[in-house]
Each structure stands twice: as C-alpha cells, then as structure tokens.
Write a protein that binds this ligand. Structure first.
Ligand code: ADP
Length: 219
C-alpha cells in the first residue's frame, strides 16, 4: 500500500469514521475540528488532531493544508461552512477535495465550486441496504454509471450443477460473468465448462435492466 496524506475536516459520525479508518489502514491523517472535545477525542485516531475553524483561510494555511493531496470535508449541518471550506481548499490548490453533501442543493453548489467528489453517505448506505433487503440473492453491487452495475449474486438451486455454457447467461440476458466464488476460492477467468453450484457467488456486469431481468428469471 502506498502511504498517503489525508486531512479530514469535521469529526462527526462520518468524518470521524473516515479518519479512524484511514489511520488504521496506515495513512497519515490530519484531523481538524472546531470543537476542542472532538480534537481531544480523535487525538488517538489521527497523526495530528488540530482545533481550528476551516472557514478561516489563514488557519488552514498555517497548518500546512497545501501539503495534502486529498482533503475530506465532512462538516454536517453547517452547509455554509462546508461550502466556504471547499471553496478555500480548491483556491489553495488541493488536488482532490471530497465533500459530504447534506442535500441536492448543497450538492449542486459543491459541484459548481469545484468539489472533486461529492458523497451522500446516508443515502448511499440506505440504497445499498434497501437493495440487499429486497433480494434474497443480491449480496452486493457497485454502480459503474447511471446505467451499468456490477453485482454479486448468490446462485440458487435453479443453477445447481449447470455449466456456464449451459446457462448461456450473456446470450440470454446480455450479462457478463466476470468471476465466481466457491467457498473462498475465486475464479477470475471463468470458462464455459465450469459448473455453478448452489451457493456459488457470481460476479456479473451489465445494464441495470438486464441484471434485473437475469436476477428475476435465473434465480
Ligand atoms: P455527521 O452528520 O457526520 O455526524 P456533524 O454535523 O455531527 O456530522 O459533525 C460535523 C463536525 O464538523 C462537528 O464535529 C463540527 O464541530 C465540525 N465543524 C463544523 N463547522 C466547522 C468548521 N467551520 N471548522 C471545523 N470543523 C467544523
């Protein structure tokens, strides 16, 4: 792993978790918050924990924010502070600014002022959990775009002991099997003769409507 330098501004639930996670992976993390209590709490989960107001450009410059390639702005409710902080960071030349958005308006403004990545953690988690709850076979998915996804699906009895050639998934559904997993063994180069068994996890890619068709018909 390449050790990177991150700064996390705002140590609420989201920013705090990001900070702990990045630090535990082994990255260098400068944690920033307005609240002295938060700074004290996160002292053990960051390389440096600093109390400052991120809407104050001087303070950001003084702590050497310009040395960081990636800064995460996780200021929650104070949208004005989040926007101003993002603007300052982009003006100071930070290459990648990742910002947590509270709502669609906030998102639009962040987009306009040059935020590089905008995340909606609550919405994204809710979407994932809802999809997982509504399906007995969907284990996980990644949206590649508005239209395409990669999904992990659990093979059911309908597919048991049938080869990929027999199942003919691409021709029937337009869905590509990228890999499959039996117990802990992952095969990343599936061949037509490979047998799918009950409990095999298929990693498939395709248009969302095709994936849905495949999930409904094949399972
Ligand atoms: P979450 O919804 O992720 O829990 P919160 O709104 O609870 O987010 O937390 C946001 C954090 O950002 C708080 O700890 C708050 O002190 C901090 N914060 C708010 N404004 C500033 C600012 N101007 N500079 C630095 N930190 C700030």
């Amino acid at each position: 792993m390449v050790k990177k330098q991150f700064s996390v501004i705002g140590l609420g639930r989201f920013g705090g978790s990001i900070c702990k996670e990045l630090y535990s992976i082994g990255h260098e993390v400068m944690a920033i918050d307005l609240s002295e209590d938060k700074v004290e709490e996160y002292g053990q989960y960051a390389t440096h924990a600093i109390q400052l107001d991120s809407t104050d450009e001087r303070s950001l410059i003084n702590v050497g924010i310009r040395n960081f390639d990636e800064v995460i702005v996780a200021i929650g409710d104070d949208i004005q502070a989040s926007v101003l902080t993002t603007l300052l960071l982009k003006e100071l030349g930070i290459k990648k600014v990742v910002v947590k958005a509270q709502n669609d308006y906030h998102h639009k403004v962040l987009e306009k002022i040059g935020a590089d990545v905008i995340v909606h953690p609550e919405y994204e988690t809710a979407k994932r959990v809802a999809h997982n709850l509504s399906s007995d076979t969907l284990i996980d998915f990644i949206d590649l775009s508005e239209e395409y996804s990669i999904a992990e699906l659990l093979a059911t009895s309908k597919m048991n002991n049938r080869s990929l050639a027999e199942l003919d998934i691409r021709a029937k559904y337009g869905v590509t099997v990228l890999a499959y997993k039996n117990n802990n063994h992952v095969n990343i180069a599936p061949s037509p003769d490979d047998l799918i068994r009950l409990g095999t996890i298929l990693v498939v890619m395709g248009h969302k409507s095709d994936l849905e068709r495949f999930e409904n018909a094949a399972f």
